[in-house]
Design a protein around this ligand. Structure first.
Ligand code: NAP
Length: 439
């Protein structure tokens, strides 16, 4: 690594050669200025813009610290101010947006780390002078950097302006979420203005959503573990989401108020219904799992007329609790009881547990002997596309429905809620997910 002396010398050489920009650490500025005058140069440099930088790799800066740093930069005749600070909370992005919004000179500000990644991606939205990106994946020079190709192609960075509507997926983790690929492709395919970003949030989901909506986020997808806590931020919740007790979609309305929806249930249930002869009316359904997806599908099945839903869960108490919430047409048993035949005959089996998901692809939530030939079997897991459960169901002559359809349709419903006048490009969305899964 170069010494401080070498570093300053390189920057001085660059200034002497009329480089368009030089980036000098604020702490090194007095020394830089001294060396500059020794070379017979003075500020402002005629052809070179001076960026003065302040970094804190350990923690976010307080408002007082930021103001003090910006004042020192202005006093030092910086052409461009740059602050990079480590994000320890997703809400640190709000500090970045606020500083950029009220900056009096061209400013670059970034929150480092995965929690601050959005501040790098939506920089043009807040008139940041520039952002820092890596030349390629794996070549990051600071935590949270996105590579230039992803910025340009996925996030359409070059066409982002200060009125580009922002959308994002809130959860933990989100780094492997396919939603950014799917929604950005959908917006691009329909010429819809907007950018969709991953929003890693570890706590205070409601506070984060409220604050980001104030900064121009027009909608959110909510994933695990935010589906319940995010509800606290809503001004209104769609009655079905209220009944289910979980939401996965937020719409920021024109007056800034927030409305929460659940698009998971209709996504899965519509896909199942299409494959079920005679529809769901009067059918007996098994719902494996009593978590967020389980609640959505069990409510959905009853909503569409199933005669009875048996909730089956590893932890029996949760199955029983959900069945109470579902009402008279539901009951709850344990997974062990189900495998011993306690549920009786059924027409439809829906897996909403994570069993069978990559990398545990050789697992199935139920024994093959518990499957009934000729029934409809749905699996919420979509990675892999054909789970062990679906494979065994097919072997028995069941009709199968993949979790891919649920994933694509819940996203298409979100798209419709955000862009009511644009037809959701469902085939394009499906193709994007399939391509990602097959990589
Ligand atoms: P969740 O709220 O955490 O619930 C997880 C459920 O899985 C619980 O009922 C849990 O049982 C059960 N479970 C977990 N590990 C198990 C195991 N080893 N054996 C038996 N049961 C087990 O999660 P969620 O939000 O409902 O999501 C569940 C699954 O659905 C995930 O795989 C998720 O990827 C998938 N999903 C897919 C879509 C889609 O669009 N296709 C949408 C949403 C969710 P206990 O109560 O006993 O812990």
């Amino acid at each position: 690594m170069a010494s401080e002396k070498d570093r300053l010398s390189i920057l001085l050489d660059a200034a002497s050669c009329n480089a368009s920009h030089i980036d000098v650490e604020l702490a090194a500025f007095p020394k830089f200025q001294e060396l500059l005058s020794k070379r017979g140069l003075s500020l402002p440099l005629p052809n070179t813009k001076l960026i003065l930088s302040h970094h804190n790799f350990d923690r976010p800066l307080t408002e007082k610290e930021i103001n003090s740093v910006l004042q020192q930069m202005a006093n030092s005749r910086a052409d461009i101010a740059k602050i990079a600070m480590k994000a320890t909370s997703a809400l640190d992005n709000a500090v970045v947006f606020e500083v950029l919004r009220s900056a009096s000179i061209p400013t670059i500000m970034l929150a480092m780390g995965e929690l601050g990644q959005v501040s790098r991606i939506v920089a043009p939205r807040f008139n940041a002078y520039l952002t820092f990106a890596s030349v390629a994946q794996g070549k990051e020079s600071a935590p949270g950097q996105v590579d230039t190709a992803t910025l340009a192609n996925l996030y359409r960075f070059r066409s982002m302006t200060s009125d580009t509507p922002m959308y994002g997926v809130v959860g933990n983790p989100v780094s492997h979420s396919m939603s950014p690929a799917l929604h950005n492709a959908a917006m691009q395919a329909t010429n819809t203005k907007g950018v969709y970003v991953p929003l890693q949030v570890e706590d205070n989901f409601a506070g984060f959503i409220t604050r980001m909506a104030e900064f121009g986020f027009a909608g959110f997808s909510i994933t695990i573990p935010g589906k319940l806590p995010a509800m606290d931020a809503m001004d209104e919740i769609d009655p079905v989401a209220e009944k289910i007790g979980a939401m996965n979609t937020v719409v920021t309305r024109p007056d800034g108020s927030l409305k929460g929806y659940n698009t998971d249930w209709i996504a899965a249930i519509s896909a199942i219904e299409e494959k079920t002869e005679g529809g769901l009316k009067g059918k007996r359904a098994i719902c494996l799992g009593a978590g967020g997806a389980g609640r959505a599908l069990a409510f959905g099945a009853l909503e569409k007329g199933c005669e009875h839903v048996v909730v089956v869960n590893r932890t029996k108490e949760k199955a029983v609790k959900l069945s109470y919430d579902l009402g008279k047409r539901a009951s709850g048993i344990s997974l062990d009881e189900f495998n011993k035949g306690a549920a009786g005959p059924y027409d439809l089996l829906m897996n909403t547990t994570s069993v069978g998901m990559h990398p545990n692809v050789d697992q199935s939530p139920v024994q093959k002997s518990s499957l009934i030939s000729g029934t409809v079997v749905f699996d919420a897991v979509y990675n892999p596309l054909q789970t062990k459960l679906l494979r065994e169901a097919e072997e028995l002559g069941c009709t199968t429905v993949s979790g891919l359809e649920m994933f694509v349709r819940q996203a298409a419903e979100q798209f419709r809620l955000w862009f009511p006048t644009v037809a959701a490009p469902v085939d394009k969305m499906r193709a994007v997910v399939l391509e990602k899964l097959q990589k």
